[in-house]
Design a protein around this ligand. Structure first.
Ligand code: NAD
Length: 290
């Protein structure tokens, strides 16, 4: 690092609270070093109260860009000049790019999901997906899948504080894309089984399966799945959730959340640098298997 940082090195930030646990600095700095790019990526512990000043500081210092995580993802758009269509529909920004003083907000989580599928040789364009979730990760996936050309999306969520967000997502998808979206209550397990039955892919985009819900799934038994169904879990810790374990036993092709995490970073990296992240190198260095 001492050899790498010079007077020309450009800064890319990550603003969230808490953030010290994040693997993004390691991922981006490794990729910069591998490609010989003159950037440094640093995490800043910033919450909503310091957010406006932070963005002003980024502008003043001509910082190239920043990633954004909670609690700032849904608030930061107020301080930017523009947001992408997906970020607008998601109501969230996870990447800011500064092009000569013009700050644009993007969301790369959904792109990460779609690219990870492509990388695994899975094509869901023109097909039907059933997905559980209405939070940040789920909304980004649902919106991006619809924008990219997935034909039909059946969304399930329990009737908690996220349900209204799913209602908005369904309305936006049906009004603004060619995809047909429908929302169901997750307590209707007969309906869930029926919707999964003619789906090409099933995705869990909730925290189910991860601490404190580790070892649990809302899928009651393996009869909900079939060998030619693709099953994705956005959870990456643990790498194999109870859902993925059941899906593997049934014989489904499965994918955990590590691919989405890697490719959302790669999409941000491309926006910051204009270069492709060296994916195979990153998989090796970060021990990413999905
Ligand atoms: P969030 O808080 O925005 O949303 C939580 C979602 O989980 C909601 O849909 C909520 O209804 C649902 N939920 C919570 N408890 C539940 C339960 N007991 N039963 C059924 N549903 C329940 O969270 P988020 O940011 O969308 O994250 C969700 C998961 O996605 C987390 O496990 C997170 O680690 C993972 N994630 C992965 C990536 C990736 O790159 N792979 C990116 C973001 C988030």
């Amino acid at each position: 690092m001492a050899e790498r940082i010079t007077g020309h090195t450009e800064l890319i930030g990550l603003i969230a609270y808490p953030i010290r646990h994040s693997s993004s600095p390691a991922m981006h700095n490794e990729a910069f070093a591998k490609l010989g790019l003159d950037y440094a990526y640093l995490a800043f512990e910033v919450g909503n109260e310091e957010l406006e000043d932070t963005i002003k500081g980024f502008r003043a210092m001509k910082v190239r860009g920043s990633n954004v995580s909670m609690p700032n993802k849904t608030v930061v758009h107020k301080y930017l000049d523009k947001v992408s269509e997906a970020a607008e529909l998601c109501g969230a920004v996870n990447t800011i790019v500064n092009d000569n003083g013009v700050l644009t907000g993007h969301i790369t989580d959904g792109i990460g999901y779609m690219e990870a599928l492509k990388d695994a040789g899975i094509n869901i364009i023109g097909k039907k997906m059933t997905i559980v979730g209405a939070g940040g990760a789920a909304t980004a996936i649902e919106i991006q899948a619809a924008l990219d050309g997935v034909k039909e999306i059946s969304i399930f969520n329990r009737k908690d504080e996220f349900y209204a967000r799913a209602e908005k997502t369904v309305k936006d998808i049906n009004e603004k894309t060619n995809c047909k979206a429908t929302l169901y209550d997750l307590t209707d397990l007969d309906k869930l089984k029926e919707e999964i039955k003619d789906s090409y892919i099933f995705t869990n985009a909730t925290g189910m399966g991860m601490k404190p819900l580790e070892g649990q799934t809302y899928i009651p038994d393996p009869s909900f799945l079939r060998p030619d169904l693709i099953v994705v879990d956005v959870v990456y810790s643990p790498r194999e959730t109870a859902l993925l374990k059941m899906a593997k036993e049934v014989g489904c092709k499965t994918m955990n959340g590590l691919g989405m995490m890697l490719f959302q970073g790669a999409a941000a990296f491309k926006l910051f640098t204009g270069k492709d992240m060296p994916i195979e190198h990153m998989k090796k260095v970060l021990d990413i298997k999905y």
